[in-house]
Design a binder for this molecule. Structure first.
Ligand SMILES: Nc1ncnc2c1ncn2[C@@H]1O[C@H](COP(=O)(O)OP(=O)(O)OP(=O)(O)O)[C@@H](O)[C@H]1O
Length: 384
């Protein structure tokens, strides 16, 4: 990712970014926590942070909240420097709220006292008013006098959110806040949490392991790997236009086939995939990324591809198809369609698909100069 300029750390109307990390590095001996990380979260954004275990998600949160000191780089909250080579602001002075996976409520304090905990700078009546406001916000006023062990997991999570929001932080960091909840509760608590953050215009950074959660919750998705950001983009771009091979395979299922672009026509083992506008004069070997929802199947006794496995997922059935080359593609089919293992199938790409092309491990959107044909052709023929 390119380093943000000073301007990029400001919103158009001059409001500073809620959180920015510039060139932030934190190593632990020989292992990399984060490495020269640049991340800017604008006020009101809800960013999801995702990546494989050990990629530096928690380190990023710990640095932002002040539980870690960076080896290098600058961390700002609401435009103010929290950490750089000289300064280090303690966590309680940062205006950064934190919600943990295990909620981390004080077991000996009631709900109201838990929420009141970070409000010691307010007078008693202001504290009470604020506690009432945030408990109303998370719809828990009626449980204000209960203790954490008298609450469900979802209610505990709402108390943790209320406690984080009470001091009006510039940004709330949520470290896998739903992962201790069972699946049916998780979706509801997630919806409530996102609604509360949006309703209050709170800036949030949410760490998750769950690709669907990252895509559905975030206004922007940040994909990390080995302490660096691979791609930070809208959910649609991260899924539909992954910047790298890693992002393509980490954010959803993806298969890769050797392919060729010649005069804007993209072909691979299964035939013509699509046209590639703007590549009229190109001749280049690439790889094409195909996701299972983009792959269509039709039984055809003369076809060389065969269904090699099927997985029933409820609403959809995932078909694994072995191509003549021995490579495998996957295809989602509706639950009413099940081609038994061994069925010969014709494989094609569903209409309207604009697949990602890879050159090495990077996606390419325009033809490299080296791919140019000596003799230019006219524009590509449209596909029928
Ligand atoms: N206190 C520490 N001492 C040594 N190494 C650490 C320490 N904290 C983190 N690391 C290392 O830094 C890297 C990033 O860790 P981090 O906890 O940020 O990853 P993560 O993306 O949050 O992983 P997970 O998804 O498993 O929680 C890992 O290689 C980890 O082993």
């Amino acid at each position: 990712m390119t380093r943000p300029t000073t301007e990029a750390r400001l919103l158009a109307d001059g409001v500073p970014a809620a959180l920015s990390l510039e060139g932030v590095t934190r190593h632990y001996g020989r292992s990399v926590g984060v490495d020269a990380l640049d991340l800017t979260v604008t006020a009101g954004e809800l960013v999801t942070l995702i990546g494989p275990s050990g990629c530096g998600k928690s380190t990023t949160l710990r640095l932002a909240v002040g539980l870690e000191r960076p080896d290098a780089g600058i961390i700002r909250v609401a435009g103010k420097v929290m950490a750089d080579g000289r300064r280090f602001v303690e966590p309680e002075q940062r205006r950064v709220g934190l919600v943990f996976q295990d909620h981390a409520l004080f077991p000996h304090l009631t709900v109201a006292r838990n929420v009141e905990f970070g409000l010691d700078r307010l007078g008693r009546s202001e504290r009470r008013t604020r506690v009432g406001e945030v408990l109303d916000l998370v719809r828990l006023s009626h449980l204000a006098h209960r203790y954490p062990h008298e609450l469900s997991g979802g209610e505990q999570q709402r108390v943790a959110l209320a406690r984080a929001l009470a001091p009006r932080p510039a940004v709330v960091l949520l470290d896998e806040p739903f992962s201790s909840l069972d699946e049916s509760l998780r979706a509801q608590v997630r919806r409530d949490t996102v609604a509360t953050l949006r309703e209050t215009g709170t800036t949030g950074v949410l760490v998750t392991h769950d690709q669907t959660e990252a895509l559905s919750v975030g206004s922007r998705v940040v994909v990390m790997r080995d302490g660096v950001i691979e791609q930070a983009d809208t959910p649609e771009k991260v899924f539909e236009q992954p910047a790298t091979r890693f992002v393509a395979s980490f954010m959803g299922d993806a298969d890769f086939l050797p392919a060729h672009v010649h005069r804007a026509l993209l072909t691979c083992e299964i035939g013509i995939v699509s046209t590639v506008p703007g590549w009229a004069n190109s001749d280049l070997d690439v790889e094409v990324v195909l996701r299972p929802h983009e792959v269509a199947l039709r039984p055809d006794p003369n076809a060389s591809a065969q269904v090699s496995a099927i997985e029933y997922h409820g609403a959809f059935v995932l078909h694994h198809v072995r191509l003549a080359s021995g490579r495998t593609l996957r295809s989602w089919q509706p639950h009413t369609v099940r081609h038994p293992v061994g069925t010969a199938v014709a494989v094609s790409v569903t209409a309207g698909t604009t697949p990602t092309l890879l050159l090495g491990d990077k996606a390419i959107t325009s033809p490299p100069p080296s791919s140019s044909l000596a003799r230019p052709s006219s524009e590509p023929l449209p596909l029928r």
